[in-house]
Design a protein around this ligand. Sequence first.
Ligand SMILES: Cc1cc2nc3c(=O)[nH]c(=O)nc-3n(C[C@H](O)[C@H](O)[C@H](O)COP(=O)(O)O)c2cc1C
Length: 338
Amino acid sequence: MSDLSMQYLGLMLNGPIVVASTPLSDRIDNIRHMEDAGASAIVLTSLFEEQLALESRALDDDLSRGTNSYPEALNYLPEQGDYHMSHDSYLEHLRKAREAVKIPIMASLNGASAGGWVRYARDVEQAGAQAIELNTFALATDASQTAEDIERQLLTLVESVCKAVKVPVAVKLSQSFTSIPNLAMRLEAAGARGLVLFNRFYQPDFDIESLEVRPTMHFSTPSELLPRLHWAAILYGHLKGDIGITGGVHSVEDVLKAIMAGGSVAMMVSALHIHGIDHIARVLDGLRYFLEKREYASLAEMRGCLSRRSVPDTTPYDRGNYIKTLSSYSLRPTISAF
Ligand SMILES: Cc1cc2nc3c(=O)[nH]c(=O)nc-3n(C[C@H](O)[C@H](O)[C@H](O)COP(=O)(O)O)c2cc1C
């Protein structure tokens, strides 16, 4: 039987499919189901920086009623009760998840400033998280803030968390950086043991009748995988740490592509919301079938085989791909009448 095990963040995983952060794992029965279906690790939903700020505001309000020293921006964010879990119930859930399954459970901290993350990182480590995923979603809307300011803030956050805990820390990165290879190397120097490519960017939509700007959420499609494959393939071999791929992983083929690009794990969320948790087992069966048919002894030996450093012609990863794609497009004859 083919060996599907992969190493990720220093952990030996029994397969390549990790469940990325999703409210599906807010339930312990789902977590057990994920393990039974063959998930090799689970990243819990995020604890949000803004949520923790609200909790400490509530605590402060109790201690000193009448003072309002918190940023106005917090008023526009979800109310405290709208988040999945409070800080304490998150830690309790983490402990229960650890007891319920043998596969690694990773905590997710979601924020943009160094703030109180050190304390929360220690809290989740003590509660049993075997790794921490730091989701660093930040949006540049202030014209006075430079790219260097944003990267420095990110690096400070990562460094402070990595120094505070012993468990490995992975950074779930946004795709919108000018030089991803340079940032990746600096994140590694700051202590990150892995990069998760990429955060999805949920843009709001416009309601043209009510003239409102509304949050939208839709599940991914496999087309979202392409930029992840591209950057994983470029980074593979240049980093000591691991690459996790999240965004557009739905099928056997997608998992294989993620590993061939250089990923150590392929993460799934949308596919599980659409097809159910048992989808993991079906994809793993397909992976075994593929490996046996091609006579691969293990999935790990396939890792990075289509990365930029492994292919004889690197043009597809450079500007050549762009030129070739556009210049080789030919117009088809138009159908003028039915
Ligand atoms: C309903 C839902 C909730 C999510 N919550 C979180 C979250 O709390 N933290 C986080 O880092 N990502 C969160 N994500 C993003 C996923 O972890 C994942 O990165 C993204 O959906 C792309 O993977 P996919 O194409 O397999 O869906 C969420 C996604 C969905 C669909």
